[in-house]
Design a protein around this ligand. Structure first.
Ligand SMILES: *Cc1c(COP(=O)(O)O)cnc(C)c1O
Length: 368
């Protein structure tokens, strides 16, 4: 039986195939007599799961040799502290404010370094992106932090800023919690990227960090050993017990991604083509509807999270209740923004977005 379409912002829907495979392997992984949750993280079985997951991820995202892939815990919010503890040396770090998540990153970093705001879109209520040419880059910044996709406000960098071209030597730090693997990552512009797994990768509890080699080894002495990138890298993410089941599910998602094709494209390129088609369908319908509205500047609209409003908000509850009845779940907007939000990550098929647009059209016809 087909499941409902789940538009949750996170933890979010996972591919049916992945969940079915995990269910089938729950009691006995590959005939070893143990489920994955019951294995020693240092045993042969789990070592093969973890190394395959890393290899698949490296291939999918074309991660260069001189970057480490770290499987950590604590989520995106813990990284808001872990990044400055590892990279800032207690000095200056530059933050670009584009919405709730980058705001939180900046606030937390202030506990560990001189975290400056070098640009902000607050004047547009987080519906635009400040032009990198106007950023007030600090000459002595240890890094520049951006949020690649603002999950709540629906604002996404369509290409990462080229700091070198702006005259900065600082490494770029990217929070890619909600758009990792939805499009390629240009590693030539990135020093470190981090993200919680629960949007586009797998279960909550796993945090992915991909960091350039030269950025290791500069942690503040107060940095907990388990959060020191050098320590984590030297121990292949097994300094302490890693989130083993999360790594396993992430690995299944990576294999699922590697199997995806779209118009001759494979893997992340296929996902990107699909995400372009899905988001275009939804935005085009909203813009032409006269009944719904999305307020984000077209140049930086997120392909992953589409906030929208009914022009007459008195219909909000009916819209959500009828959506639920049609098997369209978790469309309520974030409380700080209101309205609706459709999160359409990699695991959301085009058919799910078509079903949503069908509901929106039908609802508008009855109430317009
Ligand atoms: C969800 C999210 C976070 C928070 O992640 P936690 O795992 O809850 O700490 C941080 N940044 C972005 C962009 C997110 O979407």
């Amino acid at each position: 039986m087909a499941r409902p379409y789940n538009f949750s912002a996170g933890p979010a829907a996972l591919p049916d195939e992945v969940l079915a495979q995990a269910a089938g392997e729950m009691l006995d992984w590959h005939g070893c007599g143990m489920g994955v949750m019951e294995m020693s993280h240092r045993g042969r079985e789990f070592q093969s799961i973890a190394s395959q997951a890393e290899a698949d991820l490296r291939e999918l995202l074309a991660v260069p040799e001189h970057f480490h892939v770290l499987f950590m815990q604590g989520g995106g919010l813990a990284e808001n502290a872990i990044v400055p503890m590892n990279l800032s040396k207690g000095g200056v770090a530059d933050y670009v404010i584009t919405g709730s998540w980058s705001q939180k990153s900046h606030k937390e970093a202030q506990r560990y370094c001189e975290a400056r705001t070098i640009a902000s879109n607050a004047d547009t209520r987080h519906t635009s992106l400040p032009d990198p040419a106007q950023w007030q880059l600090s000459a002595d910044a240890a890094y520049v932090h951006v949020c690649g996709n603002e999950t709540i406000h629906g604002v996404e960098f369509q290409s990462l800023p080229d700091l070198a071209a702006l005259g900065s030597q600082a490494p770029l730090v990217v929070d890619f919690s909600s758009n990792v693997l939805s499009r390629p990552t240009d590693w030539s512009r990135v020093g470190l990227a981090y993200g919680g797994a629960q949007k586009n990768i797998g279960p909550a509890g796993l945090t992915l960090v991909i960091v350039r080699d030269d950025l290791l080894g500069h942690a503040l002495s107060i940095c907990p050993s388990a959060f020191n990138y050098r320590t984590v890298a030297d121990n292949h993410s097994m300094f302490n017990t890693p989130p083993t089941y999360g790594i396993y599910i992430a690995g299944l998602v990576f294999q699922w991604l590697r199997r995806q094709t779209e118009g001759g494209l494979h893997g992340v390129a296929a996902m990107e083509a699909r995400n372009v088609a899905k988001s275009r369908l939804l935005y085009d319908y909203i813009d032409g509807s006269g009944f719904y509205v999305n307020k984000v500047d077209r140049a930086c609209r997120s392909r992953m999270n589409v906030p929208f409003f009914l022009k007459d908000e008195r219909h909000n509850d009916a819209f959500l209740a009828e959506a639920r009845d049609k098997g369209l779940l978790q469309l309520k907007g974030h409380k700080s923004v209101g309205g609706m939000r459709a999160s359409i990550y990699n695991a959301m098929p085009l058919a799910g977005v078509q079903a949503l647009v069908g509901h929106m059209r039908e609802f508008a016809a009855r109430h317009g």
